[in-house]
Design a protein around this ligand. Structure first.
Ligand code: IVH
Length: 818
């Protein structure tokens, strides 16, 4: 590639990335996958590394983070960050409007209205068009400097170009974590057995204070800006300021409007009452601000709040509903979450049927009785909550809700650790959702990367007992022929109390007839739900006649069904038919009803009954039976899945170690341990002292590791995985050392380096035989001193007598510079 070509490609990539960022952050849509996006970014970063002369400060590559901040510096705000007065009532809002009119002596003023966002306030300071500082609100007078973290937010301008950009100005706004991102993070955290984030606001605030900006970059924060401050900005009204912000590329919320009087404000408030739930973040009201700056000055401030602005808060909406039942969900970590099933009510624009009850304490706090009438509220959280019981409506003779003491999935007695609110199912190894959680973790992209195994497929394989442990995945190959035709969802089946297998009417009718579509049969059945079976059958005959397709044959089959049904003496179930009866109609000449009944008592699907009986049936019969089944595993899916499983054997040791799901071992720790011990056997043998000596390994982790290797079942799993060829040691051929120039040296880099990003320096040191340590300690051979190395670290290094060398000296040492 010539430099010209590189330059052109860098521009092209930057444009593409900016375009996709814009789509994502401003328009809430995507055109390419995360993977494709990362590929573009990676190509850009590599090109810029190769051709640093074409790296421009506004390149999207500058948003990937990589700095570590141990302690955030505190600075004083140039302009105090004030709060707003707020009200929930229309009267008070009218009174505010009257105060403004009185203060100005006339009614010739307008309001600028927009929603009030529930995020974290931020102040950005720009000098000569460049973002120099991002500061949190703090106590309003002083806040923390979080510039590096804020820089990773993709749509915050780092440089502002254009004419008449003031030499210095400040922009304020609200940083938020979009609800969708919040949910995504929590889904991942749940799968990893990590504590869940409470709500998007806390998550945003926590993210902003993270030490590693590379992690912040991955969190996809966003921001709405609502204020421009500074001397000589050249605008006299707030709407002008907002337009200026938009022109400079700041993300301004699409909710703003100007209102000429308080009635228009009321209209604005009601127009957003329901619509606000479509916003990507939580909003709790409307902020109205006098638009004209001179008028604002005239009105002034009280001690803490401006007299020219106020927030109107929407009442959290609540409604009455009836508690129908409580379902207990078992999470992938075994945590039990009770969920209230409610009679449907309309609340804040959606029909609510369920509310989270969190844990047993919450049920106790509410004092819930069975069948209670409860108040439901939709607040900041996504799931509505029950806020109280309407005692006057309590049904006479009703009983308090009794919390379950056995796992609803596997019947194990539940435990509750001291000081913990949640009950847990301790059956880590046998409880289906917990098995699912572990296998999902195992196949995850960042672990064994078997992407052909989604949740539904894993669940099917678990429920039908093909897998119970991830080592079983590697034995599926031998069972490929049994998998063909395996049913993926069992929704159409029911078991009667005495264990007989039933199938839904539409599925049965569909299999029993020819020339009728499943959709039309389903429609027919909908009209006859909960009717006596014999009536439905009569009407189905009529339905066949009106459709006029293969009438004689189809009616004949239904008559045969009625006959066998009568003679079978099986129980009846509304809207369902016994599977053995339907099967007997379809393949009766090969097998007796008794044998089918017997098999159906022990199996849960048509597929498994057929596997068990292994009948010599004709092709035509097989096709008819297929019509009874749910979605099934087909050849393509199976070979894809087996290929994915086979390919996963090539994953390096560190990924395998992560995939094992040892408690508290995240991706990074797995990497550290794999690189340190090189073999699982060495890790298994490691003593507490040896483990603690490794940077980043603490007591909790040591305990987890020891507990894991103490369990014979885990050792057996590892042995099985080994026989299947998974990698349990670092592949020598995988990454040959680039040189041995740093052999045996323990090194730390601190401050900003010019030639390396954080991960790169670690990789570089390791690739040249050295070891990277994360903290200043006596065992270091030297520290590479980057720009702005923290004074406390420097002091500590000096105290311990650790040598500091410059980045240039380091490069010379490894022969990268003469
Ligand atoms: S204007 C004088 N507009 O609410 C204060 N603030 O209670 C001018 N907030 O610290 C602030 N959405 O963090 C303004 N559309 C909006 C807002 C908003 C949320 C927050 C902001 C402020 C707090 C005041």
């Amino acid at each position: 590639m010539t430099p010209e070509q590189a330059k052109a490609r860098i521009e092209e990539l930057s444009n593409q990335i900016n375009y996709h960022n814009h789509l994502y952050y401003q328009e809430d849509r995507i055109e390419i996958s995360d993977f494709e996006f990362d590929k573009l970014l990676e190509e850009l970063i590599n090109l810029e590394k190769e051709y640093p002369e074409f790296l421009v400060p506004e390149s999207p590559s500058q948003r990937v983070g990589g700095t570590i901040t141990k302690e955030f510096e505190t600075v004083i705000h140039e302009y105090r960050m004030l709060s707003l007065g707020n009200t929930y009532s229309e009267e008070e809002l009218k009174a505010f409007d009257d105060r403004v009119a009185k203060g100005l002596g006339h009614r010739d003023f307008e309001y600028f209205c927009e929603l009030k966002f529930d995020g974290v306030a931020i102040s950005l300071v720009y000098e000569n068009g460049k973002l120099v500082r991002a500061v949190t609100r703090g106590d309003g007078t002083k806040g923390d400097v979080v510039t590096e973290n804020v820089k990773t937010i993709k749509n915050i301008p780092l440089h502002i170009k254009g004419q008449n950009v003031p030499a210095k100005f400040e922009v304020r706004g609200e940083i938020f974590l979009p609800r969708k991102e919040f949910e995504k993070i929590n889904t991942e955290r749940e799968a990893n057995g990590e504590a869940l984030l409470a709500n998007p606001r806390n998550a945003a605030s926590g993210t902003l204070k993270m030490q590693d900006s590379a992690v912040v970059a991955k969190r996809r924060l966003n921001c709405y800006f609502y204020q421009l401050l500074g001397e000589d900005i050249g605008v006299n009204r707030h709407d002008e300021a907002i337009h200026l912000l938009e022109k400079w590329g700041f993300n301004v919320s699409p909710t703003y409007t100007k209102c000429n009087n308080i009635d228009e404000v009321f209209h604005y408030i009601s127009s957003w009452k329901e619509k606000r739930f479509e916003m990507p973040l939580d909003t709790d009201g409307v902020v109205l601000k006098v638009n004209d700056y001179d008028q604002r000055e005239e009105l002034g401030f009280t001690a803490k709040i401006p007299r020219w602005a106020i927030a109107y808060k929407y009442q959290a909406e609540s409604a009455e509903s009836e508690l129908l039942s409580i379902t207990y969900q078992v999470g992938r970590t075994g945590a039990i979450t009770p969920v209230a099933n409610l009679a449907p009510v309309l609340l804040a624009g959606t029909t609510v049927k369920r509310a989270s009850l969190h844990n047993a304490n919450e049920i106790e706090r509410l004092g819930l009785f069975e069948g209670d009438t409860v108040m439901v509220e939709k607040g900041g959280e996504i799931i509505p909550k029950i806020t109280g019981v309407v005692l006057e409506k309590r049904k006479p003779g009703s009983k308090p809700v009794v919390y379950i003491d056995h796992c609803p999935e596997c019947e194990s007695p539940l435990i509750r650790k001291e000081g913990e609110a949640k009950h847990f199912c301790p059956n880590f190894k046998g409880c289906p959702p917990q098995i699912l959680g572990r296998i999902e973790h195992f196949v995850h992209k960042r672990a064994m990367d078997i992407d052909s195994l989604g949740t539904e497929r894993i669940q099917t394989l678990i429920v039908q007992r093909y897998i119970g442990n991830f080592a079983d995945l590697y034995e599926l190959e031998n069972k490929a022929n049994q998998l063909l035709g395996l049913e993926m969802s069992q929704d159409q089946y029911q078991k009667s109390d005495d264990g007989y297998l039933f199938i839904s009417l539409p599925k049965a009718f569909f299999a029993l007839t020819e020339g009728l579509s499943l959709a039309s049969i389903q429609k027919f059945c909908e009209r006859y739900t909960e009717q006596p079976l014999w009536e439905v059958l009569d009407n189905f005959e009529m339905f066949i006649r009106t459709n006029n397709k293969k009438v004689a044959q189809n009616v004949g089959t239904i008559k045969k069904l009625e006959e066998i049904l009568l003679s079978s003496h099986l129980p009846q179930m509304e809207d369902y038919l016994p599977v053995p009866v339907v099967m007997n109609v379809l393949i009766g000449n090969w097998i007796s009803l008794e044998k089918l009944v017997e098999a159906s008592l022990h199996e849960n699907t048509v597929h498994s009954i057929l596997l068990k009986l292994n009948l010599p049936i004709t092709r035509e019969q097989e096709d008819r039976l297929k019509k009874m089944k749910a979605n099934t595993f087909q050849e393509g899916v199976i070979s894809n899945m087996l290929e994915g499983i086979r390919a996963s054997k090539e994953q390096p040791f560190e990924k395998v170690l992560f995939a094992l799901g040892i408690r508290n071992i995240g991706e990074n720790t797995a990497q550290i341990l794999a690189r340190h011990f090189k073999k699982i056997d060495e890790l298994q043998k490691a003593s507490t002292e040896q483990l603690l000596a490794i940077n980043g390994i603490g007591e909790t982790l040591v305990e987890s590791i020891h507990a894991y290797f103490k369990d014979p079942e885990n050792l057996e799993t590892i042995e099985r995985l080994k026989t299947h060829g998974l990698k349990f040691e670092v592949d020598a051929t995988e990454k040959p050392l680039e040189s041995e120039s740093l052999k045996g040296m323990k090194i730390l880099a601190s401050g900003k380096l010019n030639h390396f990003k954080r991960d790169e320096i670690i990789d570089f040191i390791e690739a040249n035989g050295g070891q990277y340590l994360k903290a200043v300690s006596k065992s270091l051979d030297f520290i590479i001193e980057g720009e702005d190395m923290g004074p406390s670290k420097k002091e500590k290094a000096e105290k311990l007598g650790v040598k500091l060398i410059s980045e240039d000296e380091f490069l010379q040492m490894v022969g990268k510079k003469s």
